[in-house]
Ligand binder design. Structure first.
Ligand SMILES: NC(=O)c1ccc[n+]([C@@H]2O[C@H](COP(=O)([O-])OP(=O)(O)OC[C@H]3O[C@@H](n4cnc5c(N)ncnc54)[C@H](O)[C@@H]3O)[C@@H](O)[C@H]2O)c1
Length: 248
């Protein structure tokens, strides 16, 4: 069965680069229209141009996904230009790593705001549209550290564990309207976020990953594509790890 999302429209936060950009392009390859939002508008425009080059409708929107006013405006602009919203991918995320005893309150607050509050704000707006349509897919990009914790990531792992709780509650609340809500928990994926790891840190990591390699943004994007398609219509409230077997 070939996945065809040509009648669908998706919105992705943090779609300007990394995993978000790859997800946007993967959806566009199935002819899905994609609105790309990011705080970095030039990056979002870059992804939108790549999508348009595929002959698929796209839109770049500048929005801080953690700011309620900007999120409300973003949804208005998306509905005006795209006409519908079938798929939301809450992907925007940041890290501010350090050990708990050194972690500043502002770094705790910022990571929780960008990684968790953003998904609450965007899911709420998307749910209003999807409930009326009686269908929709919401996919939250969490992380395996939300399941297992990680040194130096008290803020980040708490935000991702929170995202998993949000996923399950939203899934329950929206299930009767044929809206599915799932989380993907990537392991260690080769992106700008993991490029900051030293060779020694990477080597230590690889020893723990049964498949002995980092994942790629495409590995995550293909899982999003599955969950966004009708192949996954009966799957909701789940956390799918994409991690080479690290968590099992
Ligand atoms: N890279 C990994 O190994 C890995 C592993 C597990 C989970 N993840 C998660 O995947 C997602 C994407 O990660 P990535 O590695 O591609 O990161 P990245 O830093 O390469 O890209 C993140 C994008 O989000 C944008 N962004 C940041 N704050 C924003 C905000 N407030 N509003 C809107 N956009 C914002 C950035 O401008 C950037 O374009 C994140 O949620 C991250 O936590 C990544």
């Amino acid at each position: 069965m070939v996945i065809d999302l040509s009648s669908k429209c998706a919105l992705i936060t943090g779609g300007g680069r990394g995993i978000g950009r790859e997800i946007a392009l993967t959806l566009a390859n199935t002819k899905c229209s994609v609105a790309v939002s990011d705080i970095d508008i030039e990056a979002a425009r870059g992804t939108a141009r790549e999508i348009e080059a595929l002959g698929v409708k796209s839109l770049a929107v500048k929005a801080d996904a953690a700011n309620a006013d900007e999120v409300n405006t973003m949804f208005k602009v998306v509905m005006e230009h795209m006409g519908s919203l079938d798929i939301l991918i809450n992907n925007a995320g940041i890290t501010r790593d350090t050990l708990l005893i050194r972690m500043k309150e502002e770094d705790w607050d910022l990571v929780l705001k960008v990684n968790l509050k953003s998904a609450f704000l965007c899911s709420k707006e998307a749910a209003k549209i999807m409930v009326k349509a009686r269908s929709g897919k919401i996919i939250n990009i969490a992380s395996i550290v939300g399941l297992m914790g990680n040194y130096g990531q008290a803020n980040y792992s708490a935000s991702k564990a929170g995202l998993i709780g949000l996923t399950k509650t939203t899934a329950k609340e929206l299930a009767t309207r044929s809206i599915t809500v799932n989380a993907i928990a990537p392991g260690f994926i080769k992106t700008a976020m993991t490029d900051t790891l030293s060779d020694a840190e990477k080597q230590k990591l690889l020893e723990k990953i049964p498949m002995q390699k980092l994942g790629t943004a495409a590995d995550v994007a293909h899982t999003v594509l599955f969950l966004a398609s009708s192949l996954a219509d009966y799957i909701t409230g789940q956390v799918l790890t994409v991690d080479g077997g690290l968590v099992m």
